[in-house]
Write a protein that binds this ligand. Structure first.
Ligand code: ZN
Length: 252
């Protein structure tokens, strides 16, 4: 089975449509979304309509922005631009899209008994995994779970990255190149972030996604150029905080 992994779309329709046209000719069976469909950019309804009407099975979990926009969480921990964007989004969502966000399951979620997914981390859907220390706490937690899965995909940090629990410690890798392929080795545990579609933060503005092949045991990472300027202009025209558009240009 092949899974298209996308995360942190953040209402950026230019980025999502570029990713979907890139993968059009690639083979994959299911789409897995790791949360944060909305917040920050100007096209929450377009992005959610696209996801909800996808001709393939889509498995999704909720992100912190999805919770605030759909009223599950107050957003008191958000910085002012993020909170502004969340409120702006809530006021504009269609009923169908609002309900879709409200009903998204909480991670971690097991997919086909093969791997699991979470937004922030297996321990806490709202927590980040940035360091080997963050990863080590979560590897310990993964060992305690009742099901035996050694692969977890996560989002939230917006940085394509691989944390591997090896016999002699934790290996941390940021994925820097497009079309990079990782071969999963038996006896190791993996925490993998496919990066962000709608707001990359690794100083590379290109949209990021990954494809997991469960037969080959490989994860393929890719980056896609899109019309960043159009997405930025829409954010400015919508009256959203201008820095939310400007940061897309630098990928931060
Ligand atoms: Zn996010």
């Amino acid at each position: 089975m092949r899974y298209l992994l996308i995360s942190d779309l953040h209402a950026n329709d230019e980025a999502l449509s570029a990713v979907l046209s890139r993968v059009k000719r690639k083979k994959f069976d299911r789409v897995v979304c790791l949360g944060d469909f909305v917040g920050y950019a100007a096209d929450p309804n377009k992005v959610l309509d696209r996801i909800r009407t996808m001709p393939r099975t889509v498995l999704s979990i909720r992100g912190n922005h999805d919770k605030v926009v759909s009223g599950i969480d107050s957003g008191e921990m958000f910085n002012p631009p993020a909170l502004f964007a969340a409120r702006w989004t809530s006021e504009r969502l269609s009923k169908e899209n609002y309900e879709f966000l409200r009903r998204l399951p909480q991670g971690p979620l097991v997919i086909d008994d093969l791997f699991f997914v979470c937004h922030g981390s297996p321990l806490d859907e709202d927590a980040y995994i940035f360091s080997d220390f963050d990863a080590s706490l979560n590897f310990v937690h993964m060992n305690r779970l009742s099901f035996d899965v050694d692969l977890c995909f996560f989002g939230h940090s917006h940085i394509p990255s691989i944390f591997t629990l090896e016999p002699d410690g934790i290996r941390v890798e940021a994925v820097r190149s497009a079309r990079a392929k990782l071969k999963l080795e038996p006896g190791r545990k993996y925490l993998i972030n496919p990066g962000s579609v709608g707001q990359p933060r690794d100083r590379n503005p290109k949209a990021s996604y990954a494809i997991f092949d469960s037969d080959e045991h490989t994860v393929y990472f890719d980056r896609v150029a899109y019309d960043v300027e159009a997405a930025r202009k829409k954010i400015h025209r919508a009256g959203l905080p201008s820095m939310l558009g400007d940061r897309l240009i630098v990928g931060l």
